[in-house]
Write a protein that binds this ligand. Structure first.
Ligand code: NAG
Ligand code: NAG
Ligand code: NAG
Ligand code: NAG
Length: 448
């Protein structure tokens, strides 16, 4: 008995819900609706726009940005949740009285609504928890307010050449899908103030710098369509990148200069600093690149900076290689010269040995002295040697003296480039050049 009753209840319930979901005006029993709506809907044709044959419907729009979740440089888009409010006047829906009627969102299908769409959206959906998030309100003067909550992923072309000092301008466009300008006109209800919520928005990496609205029209092959555009500029917060990438790379460059103050003879220490800094820099460069699109090949500001730092660090390593190479050469030439002198003096007898021994300390002093000193001293030694050659010129053959001249010439080339001066110069040249390049870099990327 009770089972029968339950079955009847269930049947009536399913029938009722079927009727509800069929959404076709003809199938509705008038008495299921409120008296007001019942009267309103009499003879209403939802397939015809308001003011049919009378000029375009004016549709006012306003937006509330609830959130902008993901601004993706890789996909070049952003995801926003917005409240879109559209209002227009449908004189067929006028009713006497003062108050407005809020209608169930499911009754939207009984009314004419504009066919607004977002042309740049890649994916979008209407929220439907717990019911479809839309609202329709009819005012007594025939004004209809239609509000929706939608989440859309919208394309935004980004220029990343100044990343991370960049400023991106994204747009949110609203267009009419089927009605052209003869049928429908769009306008922002309160000009630049039609968009709310952007000022208070908290974004992970950006801050909203400015925004404004504009009205334009979309021109397609099929005609001209109304279009509203919201432009907003996003400025990236550079502090994160300064802490994450810029400061470590600057410190690495400074670390690479430490080797200029370490003695040239400690090969392991200096090569270790050089190689370690180069490797760490490589890791930093790879880390900075992971969050960005690799496909597009344009050079970003951060790449330029990391490239500069890498060049300086690599330069410091090369500086040691050069300095070390010249030191070795310097020593071998000195040795050669010394050997040659010794040979000469041995061939000439014991009388000239003191000259050689006196020239040896001079040469060893030269190693630690400046270029001027060294040239002076080489000049001194030259005069000494000239004295020596004058003394011995009659005794020797001309072949030996020419060999000595050649070796002296060769030696003087490297004596002028005293290898210890390379370090000395590097101590000032590297920091100055780095500072100069930094000033240029920051001026260019922050102010141009
Ligand atoms: C509508 O439903 C009521 C009862 O709910 C019924 O009396 C009336 O005849 C129905 N009208 C039509 C047109 O079906
Ligand atoms: C409409 O409402 C206002 C106040 O909200 C009232 O002063 C006015 O008399 C009302 N008009 C009608 C026609 O009911
Ligand atoms: C219709 O009424 C609403 C609410 O009272 C008002 O905001 C709107 O301006 C009115 N529209 C016209 C065309 O009078
Ligand atoms: C909106 O802002 C833009 C840019 O600031 C400005 O050019 C435009 O005139 C403003 N429009 C209105 C209606 O105030």
């Amino acid at each position: 008995m009770s089972a029968n009753l339950l079955l009847i209840v269930l049947l009536t319930f399913t029938q009722g819900s079927c009727a509800f979901h069929s959404n076709h005006w003809g199938e509705w029993n008038d008495s299921q609706l409120l008296p007001t709506i019942q009267k309103l809907m009499k003879g209403y044709n939802r397939y015809l726009r308001p003011n049919f044959n009378e000029g375009p419907v004016e549709i006012g729009m306003s937006l509330d940005i609830a959130s902008i979740d993901a601004i993706s440089e890789i996909n070049m888009d952003y995801t926003a949740t917005i409240f879109l409010r559209q209002r227009w006047r449908d004189s067929r829906l006028m009713f006497p009285g003062n108050e407005s009627v809020s209608v169930d969102g499911r009754l939207v299908s009984l009314l004419w609504i504009p066919d607004t769409f977002i042309p740049d959206s890649k994916r979008s959906f209407l929220h439907d928890v717990t019911v479809e998030n839309r609202l329709i309100r009819i005012f007594s003067n025939g004004t209809v307010l239609y509000a929706l909550r939608i989440t859309a992923t919208i394309a935004c072309n980004m220029d990343l050449t100044k990343y991370p000092m960049d400023r991106q301008v994204c747009t949110l466009q609203l267009e009419s899908w089927g009605y052209n300008l003869q049928d429908v006109v769009f306008y922002w209800t309160r000009g630049n103030d039609s968009v709310k919520g952007l000022d208070t928005l908290r974004l992970a990496q950006y801050s909203v710098e400015s925004y404004y609205t504009s009205v334009s029209e979309a021109v397609y092959e099929t005609g001209n369509y109304p279009k509203l555009v919201l432009h907003f500029a996003l400025r990236r917060n550079v502090l994160f990148f300064i802490l994450e990438t810029y400061v470590p790379s600057i410190l690495l460059v400074v670390l690479s200069w430490v080797s200029f103050w370490i003695s040239q003879s400690s090969v392991p220490a200096r090569t270790c600093i050089g190689v370690t800094t180069v490797l760490t820099m490589t890791t930093l460069m790879m880390g900075a690149r992971t969050s960005l699109p690799n496909a597009n090949c344009f050079i970003k500001a951060i790449d330029v900076y990391l490239g500069i730092c890498f060049t300086f660090i690599f330069g410091a390593l090369l500086e040691y290689a050069c300095a070390h190479f010249y030191t070795m050469q310097h020593q071998t030439i000195e040795d050669l010269y010394r050997d040659l002198l010794r040979e000469l003096s041995e061939s000439n007898g014991n009388g000239s040995i003191p000259i050689v021994s006196s020239s040896q300390p001079n040469q060893s002093v030269e190693i630690g002295s400046t270029a001027e000193d060294s040239t002076e001293q080489s000049a001194n030694s030259n005069t000494k040697n000239h004295v020596g050659t004058k003394e011995k010129a009659p005794n020797q053959g001309c072949g030996l003296s020419s060999v000595r001249d050649a070796s002296r010439k060769a030696a003087s080339v490297f004596i002028v480039e005293n290898p210890h001066n390379i370090d000395r110069y590097a101590r000032t040249v590297f920091p100055t050049a780095f500072l100069f390049v930094n000033v240029l870099y920051w001026l260019y990327y922050l102010f141009l």
